[in-house]
Design a protein around this ligand. Structure first.
Ligand code: GTP
Ligand code: MG
Ligand code: ZN
Length: 310
């Protein structure tokens, strides 16, 4: 039988077969994917072949070639990757200016990784009902920064329902990943899109510095009219995985644009003479926060680590 991996709870995978039946599956024996050193060889969104056994469960025996996938470093200092999801049409990064604060470094790390895997991203700024006038100003600045670079931005409140219709309209016939820090309201938004989904949500006060996550496993929800949403556990740091130094600039759209004018074709935009990117930063044509994020990723790849806070 053939099906879609809709949930991953550690060693068990829920597979929805092409016939519509949901089966609990395990990976057969030493089944491992070639070429990727990953903590999870199979991810939500994967399409797989399964063989039923007598207990009503099944073994996953093979995996279809992926259209794409998105990975991050599995933890600080780790040389392994974690596949967040596979076969995506788009990704939403849920961001909050405060409650909790999403750093621009985190946003830019996510965007760069999505660029590397050619997955379109929209930024969803949630909890706008809570923002103070100063936070609303910061929100405006972020929205104009990212829209200018080319990322669609949406301002919403998942609890008030403000802006949720616009998000719902983006979903039919697509597989959409919902990602972001813990507590930004991914699961709350999913429930606002369709109350029947009943994704588990948590009180923000419970999160404080405990590293707690309400959503502990990735799970797919089927959207009315076709398509899927993937809810994921919140992530604290987004470590980029396996990016060459010269490559990182390709994943920042505006840096890539200005890099065409650098003296050296392999310029890393750090110290080289005749660097058009650094000049563009000085002239405020490239935002300083984006350049800082760029340098921050370079450092990772250099030292093989990332800073947990981002
Ligand atoms: N005021 C306000 N609170 C919100 C909004 N969206 C979510 N929340 C609250 O934020 C808290 C966390 O929401 P969740 O949906 O569990 O967050 P999450 O991103 O799924 O978190 P993880 O599953 O841990 O990654 C809950 O108490 C929600 O009620 C919003 O738009 N406004
Ligand atoms: Mg959640
Ligand atoms: Zn340069």
């Amino acid at each position: 039988m053939h099906g879609l991996v809709i949930k991953n709870t550690g060693s068990w995978y829920q597979v929805k077969t092409d016939e519509g039946q949901v089966v609990d599956c395990k990976i057969k024996g030493n089944f491992r994917l070639k070429g990727i050193r990953s903590t999870n060889p199979i991810a939500v969104g994967d399409k797989v072949d399964i063989t039923l056994n007598n207990e009503g469960t099944a073994f996953i025996t093979s995996i279809d070639e992926r259209k794409n996938y998105i990975v991050r470093r599995s933890s600080n200092l780790s040389k392994q990757s974690h596949i967040i999801a596979a076969n995506l049409d788009q990704s939403f990064l849920i961001v909050t200016v405060n409650y909790p604060e999403t750093s621009t470094i985190f946003i830019d790390r996510f965007l760069a990784t999505a660029e590397a895997y050619r997955i379109p991203v929209s930024l969803i700024f949630n909890k706008v009902d809570l923002y103070t006038p100063e936070e609303l100003q910061l929100l405006d600045a972020l929205v104009s920064l990212y829209e200018h670079i080319g990322y669609p931005c949406y301002i919403i409140s998942a609890t008030d329902g403000q802006g949720v219709d616009a998000i719902r309209a983006l979903l039919p016939h697509k597989v959409t990943l919902f990602s972001g820090n813990s507590g930004v309201g991914k699961s709350t938004l999913i429930n606002a899109i369709h109350p029947a989904f009943q994704a588990k949500t948590g009180e923000i006060s419970e999160y404080h510095n405990k590293g707690m996550h309400t959503t502990t496993f990735s799970e797919m929800f089927e959207v009315a009219g076709g398509g899927y949403i993937i809810d994921t556990p919140g992530i604290k740091g987004f470590g980029t995985f396996d990016m060459e130094q010269e490559e990182v600039g390709h994943y920042f759209k505006e840096i890539f644009h200005y890099a065409a004018g650098c003296k050296y074709s392999n310029c890393t935009h750090v110290h080289e003479p005749g660097c058009a990117v650094r000049q563009a930063v000085e002239e405020h044509l490239i935002s300083e926060s984006r350049y800082i994020s760029y340098l921050n990723i370079l450092e990772d790849e250099h030292e093989g680590k990332y800073r947990a806070a981002y």
